[in-house]
Design a protein around this ligand. Structure first.
Ligand SMILES: Nc1nc2c(ncn2[C@@H]2O[C@H](COP(=O)(O)OP(=O)(O)OP(=O)(O)O)[C@@H](O)[C@H]2O)c(=O)[nH]1
Length: 210
């Protein structure tokens, strides 16, 4: 039995992958979808993948948009509005790419007018001797953003790559559930109603002719 009303309907997640050039965005998506690593990937391609999977015993219909530099600049607002959540990727051997994710996150929040759902990913962790962004810095930034943080290697693989997509999906699902919940009126509002009713009753008693 599923927790989505028992209807077995797939929960949808639209995920957009963002980060500086060459940080391994496509390699991560391809690894997640095919369990393989592709050394060279056409940098001009922007692709959306549809992926059916199961997360926490629930069917999930995931759409993943792998952005590419120029296309992203052209369609930025549309992509941001389309997505439910974002994978923000930097390469641990590229300091500039770390600074770039900070700028990207800022513009996402501005466009969405909220703190967007995201996970932060430091990729290329296999390049041990070239690390320019230590784990603690990534972790600190993710803490500031209140989001999950993963270090990955698209070339070596590893469970973190699956976990990061799953975790983002869970966050998206949680927020959707909160947004769909009917809002309860505040207790102050409820008290005001009670007092208004009491006061009206008193007034009508006083003013009624004896
Ligand atoms: N060593 C190492 N190389 C990687 C890793 N991930 C990707 N690469 C390499 O980094 C280069 C860029 O990878 P892509 O997946 O094309 O990166 P991208 O961010 O999609 O690039 P753009 O779309 O051009 O911005 C390629 O040569 C990959 O083989 C990794 O985890 N480790």
């Amino acid at each position: 039995m599923t927790s989505n009303g028992g209807k077995n309907k797939a929960v949808e997640s639209k995920i957009c992958i963002l980060g500086g050039p060459g940080v391994g965005k496509s390699a991560l998506v391809v690894r997640f979808l095919t369990r393989r690593f592709i050394w060279e990937y056409d940098p001009t391609l922007e692709c959306t993948y549809k992926h059916q999977t199961t997360i926490d015993d629930e069917p999930v219909a995931m759409e993943i948009l792998d952005t590419a530099g120029q296309e992203w600049t052209l369609h930025r607002e549309g992509h941001v509005r389309w997505a439910d959540g974002f994978v923000l990727v930097y390469a641990v051997n590229d300091r500039n790419s770390f600074e770039e994710v900070v700028n990207i996150k800022q513009s996402l929040d501005e466009i969405k007018k909220t703190n967007v759902q995201c996970v932060l990913v430091g990729n290329k962790i296999d390049l041990l001797h070239e690390v320019r962004v230590p784990y603690t810095e990534g972790e600190r930034l993710a803490n500031d953003w209140a989001c999950a943080f993963f270090e990955t290697s698209a070339s070596d693989g590893g469970d973190e790559i699956y976990e990061l997509f799953h975790e983002l999906h869970r966050e998206i699902r949680r927020r959707k559930m909160l947004e769909n919940k009917p809002r309860r009126r505040s207790s102050a509002h409820q008290m005001r109603n009670v007092f208004t009713k009491m006061f009206k009753t008193q007034t009508s008693k006083v003013s009624s002719p004896s």
